[in-house]
Design a protein around this ligand. Structure first.
Ligand SMILES: CC1=C(CCC(=O)O)c2cc3nc(cc4[nH]c(cc5[nH]c(cc1n2)c(C)c5CCC(=O)O)c(CCC(=O)O)c4C)C(CCC(=O)O)=C3C
Ligand SMILES: [Fe+2]
Length: 357
């Protein structure tokens, strides 16, 4: 199969600081025009400073890009690869300017969020639109479908969860509760996610069930599992998706849970919200509560995930019919083109690429 109409591949990610001086300007980029209280910003800045002001996220993108480049080469896919971030360098604008210079006309975009939501999908589409403004001959953009249920995403998550269970004390493994965790978002965004609303949570519930079943099959033990939410931001009076992972951990310990395995199903790499919010903050809480704690890795640059990206590129480039596209769980392969009005911007409509509106 060929790359079809596409002449470039663009990885679009969140971006993260790469040194102490980057932290505040990065956070200002993230929160410009958003309702994030200054106290929350100061607190999050401290998380980054604990890690020398460096987020691991750009490193993860570089690793994934390297693996993709090798994979495309081995598989004879002639697609030059570009990378741009929403909030930090290398910027989306520079990536698009480079693509225009190189004469690229039709780019296929992979977002580093696997799910439908305003911050994980439409906001990136708006950012691409804004970044290409004023760049003569900027390419056209198409987006790869939400890939949360692609076997190449699910299978490494099953393996990573099984590996995390093995890190628990042997006598705690069987009874451990699996906590699938993802980024909380405002309830209003959750209600309006996807063409019919509610899709962010539905997609997570769907994949959580599939991964839990995979873990049961691999270990021969059925464990309780639930979907919880982390890294809440925004003013306290605005409702966000709950339960919060920390609140749930406390409540579980009070009813006799003695071990958890935390599975960051909402993220594709072990970035700051994983290595701080889970590995530092939540782990400390678990220690205080006396709950045994293990955290599963994200897919990162796992070979199955890299191969999945290649398959997603090829299915799209070759217009493979939806029923022939790999998808586990109940929801089926997600749409290529965002329908009008899906995952709306809470501040009102802004132009976006790669959708029907
Ligand atoms: C759904 C979602 C994803 C997953 C999809 C995706 O991957 O895109 C995600 C990813 C990420 N979020 C990240 C960092 C931050 N998110 C913030 C704030 C916010 N996130 C939100 C949602 C999401 N965020 C929302 C609704 C806000 C409130 C402000 C607003 O309405 O936009 C803030 C501000 C401070 C704070 O309040 O925490 C920071 C620093 C990093 C980088 C980590 C690193 O540096 O390694 C990553 C990958
Ligand atoms: Fe975030």
């Amino acid at each position: 199969m060929s790359a079809g109409p596409f002449d470039a591949f663009l990885l679009v990610s969140f971006g993260g600081p790469e040194g102490p001086d980057d932290v505040m300007p990065f956070l200002q980029n993230v929160t410009r025009g958003k309702d994030v209280p200054p106290e929350r910003l100061a607190e999050v800045a401290e998380h980054y400073h604990r890690f020398g002001g460096v987020s691991p996220i750009n490193g993860h993108c570089r690793e994934l890009l390297g693996a993709l480049e090798a994979d495309f080469a081995v598989n004879g896919i002639d697609l030059p690869i570009y990378w741009g971030n929403r909030n930090w360098n290398p910027s989306l604008r520079d990536a698009i300017a480079q693509m225009a210079d190189d004469g690229r006309r039709r780019a296929l975009v992979l977002l580093t969020s696997a799910y439908a939501s305003y911050p994980g999908c439409r906001q990136y589409r708006e950012d691409i639109f804004a970044a290409k403004a004023g760049i003569p001959k900027a390419p056209n953009f198409a987006r790869i479908r939400h890939y949360f249920n692609h076997p190449g995403f699910v299978k490494p998550m099953v393996a990573n969860t099984v590996a995390a269970l093995e890190q628990l004390p042997a006598d705690q493994r069987e009874s451990a509760t699996i906590l699938f965790t993802t980024h909380s978002i405002p309830m209003a965004m959750a209600y309006s996610a996807g063409p019919e609303g509610g899709l962010y949570v539905r997609q997570h519930e769907d994949v959580a069930a599939v991964v839990a079943a995979g873990v049961q099959e691999a270990t021969g033990i059925e464990r309780p599992y639930e979907l919880v939410f982390q890294s809440r931001s925004g003013p306290p009076q605005v409702p966000w998706l709950e339960p919060d992972i920390g609140d749930r951990l406390t409540a579980l310990s009070q009813v006799g849970t003695t071990a958890v395995v935390v599975v960051p199903i909402g993220f594709i790499s072990d970035h700051m919200e994983v290595v701080y919010d889970l590995d530092v903050e939540l782990k400390e809480q678990a220690d205080k509560l006396g709950v045994a704690f293990a955290r599963a890795g994200t897919v990162g640059a796992a070979p199955e995930f890299v191969a999945a990206i290649r398959e997603l590129v090829l299915e799209r480039a070759n217009s493979v019919m939806p029923d022939q596209r790999p998808a586990l769980g109940e929801l089926g392969a997600s749409y290529d083109l965002c329908p009008p009005g899906c995952c709306p911007n809470p501040k009102g409509p802004r132009p976006a690429v790669a959708g029907r509106d």
